[in-house]
Unconditional design. Structure first.
Lengths: 197, 164
């Protein structure tokens, strides 16, 4: 069979039996966007779980009231920021994807939206840095000690914790993003490159 | 008065054969093919209010169908090993090969499955007799680029077919 015969073979393929048409979504997840949406939902609920765990630990530990109160306020603020970002993520995912556009434009639009989402995600991660620093300060200052820490000890503890914390946040954030979101962005990029080549 | 849903269903009914052919081009497993068929129908329905009638419905439908198929991901579920395999499938496959026409179809689809998603789209337009200008409008690239990519996709397919 050569390439010229293909048109005849194609035209001979008259299908008598096709699956039944349904315009309801069957909750099958086969599009990159849906995979990302599902991952984001999973991430949202995990974050809610972490917050509940955090509040519980703070109020069950035997620390002074002032310490508990400061940490609770901080956690509540983190919760507010998290809620804000996730509402943006979900809104973005809802509006994303326009398969009615020309193929190149449709892929380009999808990639643009995904990259926009990536920037949101980066901002979300970075927004935790001030909270991390505040928590450290509260822990250092709020917990009573028999022998108070010297200025040098405070500086070393704070700087080391911030540097290690930031590094861990960067590593985990990067790996997490690549695993749950980045690979789908790469797929779309590859398709666009294939069209541009 | 005919509802939007009914109007859509009437239109899509006439083209369900071609949607399934696109699904066959893009997916080699039956379950994935059926999933893609449903996904395309769903995406076309979602995009339908945006169809302004500036082109033929079929032309617009092909574009939405291919845009969906290009990014469609295969099911991640593990294919069962022989112990749990549904043997009735083998019977169907055997029956298909009884007929020369079916064998040709099988060879064609097997060859197309080895192309990348973008090349498959070009081959689809070639098989459906779209002109370079029409393909250019559908894909959103220049006619010159269409010619280059079409030749490349056809050559790849030719190589696959001749190597068998």
């Amino acid at each position: 069979m050569n390439i010229d015969d293909l048109k005849n073979v194609w035209n001979e393929d008259v299908l008598e039996e096709t699956p039944e048409i349904s315009i309801e979504h069957k909750n099958k997840i086969n599009l990159p966007l849906e995979k990302m949406r599902k991952n984001m939902r999973m991430e949202f609920w995990s974050t809610v779980g972490i917050f509940i765990f955090g509040f519980t630990i703070v109020w069950l530990c035997g620390a002074p009231f002032k310490f508990k109160f400061y940490i609770t306020i901080l956690l509540a603020s983190m919760g507010f920021v998290t809620f804000f970002f996730f509402s943006k993520f979900f809104k973005l995912y809802k509006e994303m994807s326009n398969p009615g556009l020309k193929t190149y434009d449709s892929l380009k639009d999808l990639l643009h939206q995904l990259n926009l989402n990536k920037q949101y995600y980066l901002s979300f991660y970075l927004s935790f840095v001030p909270f991390l620093v505040c928590e450290l300060i509260i822990v250092i200052e709020g917990i009573p000690r028999t022998v108070p820490l010297s200025d040098l000890q405070i500086a070393v503890t704070l700087i080391t914790s911030v540097v290690v914390g930031l590094f861990a946040l960067y590593l985990v954030g990067n790996l997490w993003f690549k695993q749950f979101y980045g690979k789908y962005i790469t797929q779309i990029e590859n398709l666009l490159n294939e069209l541009n080549k | 008065m005919i509802s939007l849903e009914q109007e859509f269903l009437d239109k899509i009914e006439k083209h369900k054969g071609i949607i399934f052919k696109i699904s066959k081009m893009y997916m080699d497993e039956k379950d994935d093919r059926d999933d893609l068929f449903q996904e395309i129908t769903y995406q076309v329905w979602k995009a339908y209010p945006g169809f302004k009638g500036q082109s033929e419905f079929s032309t617009w439908l092909y574009r939405v169908a291919l845009n969906t198929a290009i990014v469609f991901l295969k099911s991640e579920k593990k294919r069962s090993f022989i112990g749990n395999e549904d043997f009735s499938n083998y019977k169907i496959v055997q029956d298909e090969y009884d007929d020369e026409k079916e064998e040709k179809l099988s060879r064609m689809y097997n060859a197309i499955h080895q192309l990348n998603p973008i090349d498959k789209a070009f081959i689809f337009y070639y098989l459906e007799d779209f002109s370079g200008k029409e393909i250019s409008e559908q894909m959103g690239i220049s006619e010159g680029n269409v010619r280059v990519k079409m030749n490349r996709a056809k050559n790849k397919l030719k190589d696959i077919l001749s190597s068998k």
